[in-house]
Ligand binder design. Structure first.
Ligand SMILES: [Zn+2]
Length: 96
């Protein structure tokens, strides 16, 4: 090995998963933190599980709810058109 170009290799590094599982491994990092490991990954567990660390599903649901609320408050084209026609009619009657 060439000197002074290799990082220090730690032999007893604790890898911690967000599921709570920990294991010892080797790495140049002093500590490893992961979001998913072999104890909780759907491929190994065989169970379907939502891996949503970035809150993507939650964010989408929030967006959808906000949109629904907006459309329930907003009037549609038909309603607006009918109101406009009614106004025009009233104007025409007033002119006569
Ligand atoms: Zn895990």
């Amino acid at each position: 090995m060439k000197k002074e170009i290799h990082p220090k290799y730690n032999e007893n590094v604790t890898a911690t998963c967000s599921c709570g599982n920990t294991f010892i491994t080797g790495s140049v990092l002093p500590e490893i933190k992961t979001e998913i490991c072999s104890a909780c990954h759907p491929f190994y567990t065989g169970k379907q599980k939502l891996v949503d660390s970035a809150r993507r599903v939650e964010k989408f649901k929030e967006k959808l709810a906000a949109k629904k609320e907006l459309t329930s408050v907003r009037k549609g084209k038909k309603v607006k058109r009918a109101a406009r026609a009614e106004k025009a009619e009233a104007k025409a009657k007033a002119k006569k």
